[in-house]
Structure formats: structure tokens, C-alpha cells
Design a binder for this molecule. Structure first.
Ligand code: GDP
Length: 192
């Protein structure tokens, strides 16, 4: 499967994650700077569909994109953004946790993007715990594998997987697009 169409639909600041239709959703979460914007842009084959969370004013909205007229890709703001106040960071985490627990339309799949060299942080673990408790389907995407050689990559992946038993960790590079075909087909499995 290929992504042939992706268009911006709306940005959400509050907790109105419903568009009043039954279109399924794929939610993308991740700490700021892990390359979440780059991963999404590489998947949809567009340089700038999703702007980096560093863009002023773009740090708070969850953005909805309609993909292939088939599902909504929701890009959540990156959490843990160093330039935000602690209060804003806490607020953002709370909003994401709210979505995971209570949003009317439960996503078919949640993609949690991490930086392979950093691994799972405390905030990522908090997300995973809540995702698990709420029985979400999760794909953990370990981005930036181009920074490691093959041996280091394998080591890191198994190290990360040990910390999150039961979850599959998916190696990826937004830079080289390694892993793209595989990740796309995994995502499309949820939208058959
Ligand atoms: P976001 O804050 O998670 O949306 O992250 P961005 O997409 O803005 O990326 C953060 C930084 O990581 C930028 O400098 C990107 O160029 C870099 N980056 C993103 N993906 C990759 C990757 O796969 N490999 C490498 N080497 N750098 C990446």
C-alpha cells in the first residue's frame, strides 16, 4: 500500500477529537525532537506536510490529516518540549493522556515515536503504561537508526524491547527512509 493523498483537515487545542464521522484514526505521539514530524513527512512522501513542533504556535495543536480518504492521521504536539514552561508541559501530557483514555473515537493504532539512541524516557514509559491500561494497539517506532551501525541497532532494539515487554519496536530512519515499506504495511493492516 502507498499513501497517495494526505490533506490537512483541522487543528485541535481542546479535547474535541471527533469529526463527527466514523473515519478511523492513527495517532502519532512522541517526545519533542525524536523526529516525529520527519517520520510523518517521510511516510506521506511530503517534505513539509507536518511542520516541526519547534515552529512557533505549532506546539500546542493536535493536527488531523486525512490520508487516502481512508483514515485520519493525528499528529500530537511533541511532549517534553524544553522551551515550554513546566506548567505547559504538564498540561500537554495531561491532554494526550486524556485522549488515550477518554476520547470518543479510539484510534485503531497509536504510533509512539522514539529516538533509538535515547530509548524510552520516563515520559514515554508513562504513555506506554496508559496505552496498555487502555488496551490500545501500539507500534513503537525507533527513529534515527541511520546514526547507528547494524550491530548497534540490533543491540539497542533488543535493549528497548526488554524494557517494554509485549511491545514490538520498529527500527526506522526518516532520513534514509529505511523501514518505510514495512512500517506502511504494518499501519495499513489496521485499516483494511
Ligand atoms: P519532532 O520535534 O519530533 O517533530 O522532530 P523533527 O522532525 O523536527 O526532527 C528533529 C531533529 O531530528 C531534526 O534536526 C531532524 O533533522 C532530525 N531527524 C529527524 N529524523 C531523523 C532521522 O531519521 N535521522 C537523523 N539522523 N536525524 C533525524
Amino acid at each position: 500500500m502507498e499513501i497517495t493523498k494526505a490533506e490537512f483537515v483541522k487543528g485541535v487545542i481542546g479535547d474535541d477529537y471527533s469529526l463527527g464521522n466514523d473515519m478511523p484514526q492513527a495517532a502519532f505521539l512522541g517526545r519533542s525532537n525524536v523526529g516525529k514530524s520527519s517520520v510523518i513527512n517521510s511516510l506521506v512522501n511530503r517534505k513539509n506536510l507536518v511542520r516541526a513542533s519547534k515552529t512557533p504556535g505549532k506546539t500546542r495543536e493536535a493536527n488531523f490529516f486525512l490520508v487516502n480518504d481512508m483514515f485520519y492521521l493525528i499528529d500530537f504536539p511533541g511532549y517534553g518540549f524544553a522551551k515550554c514552561s513546566q506548567k505547559d508541559r504538564d498540561k500537554l501530557i495531561k491532554r494526550i493522556l486524556w485522549y488515550i483514555q477518554y476520547a470518543e473515537d479510539k484510534p485503531e493504532v497509536v504510533l509512539l515515536i522514539i529516538d533509538i539512541k535515547v530509548g524510552m524516557t520516563v515520559l514515554d514509559m508513562e504513555m506506554i503504561k496508559t496505552l496498555k491500561e487502555n488496551k490500545h494497539e501500539v507500534i513503537i517506532v525507533a527513529n534515527k537508526i541511520d546514526k547507528l551501525n547494524q550491530k548497534e541497532e540490533a543491540q539497542k532494539i533488543s535493549e528497548i524491547e526488554k524494557g517494554v515487554p509485549g511491545f514490538h519496536v520498529f527500527p526506522y530512519s526518516a532520513k534514509t527512509k529505511k523501514g518505510r515499506e514495512k512500517l506502511l504495511s504494518e499501519i495499513f493492516e489496521y485499516f483494511k
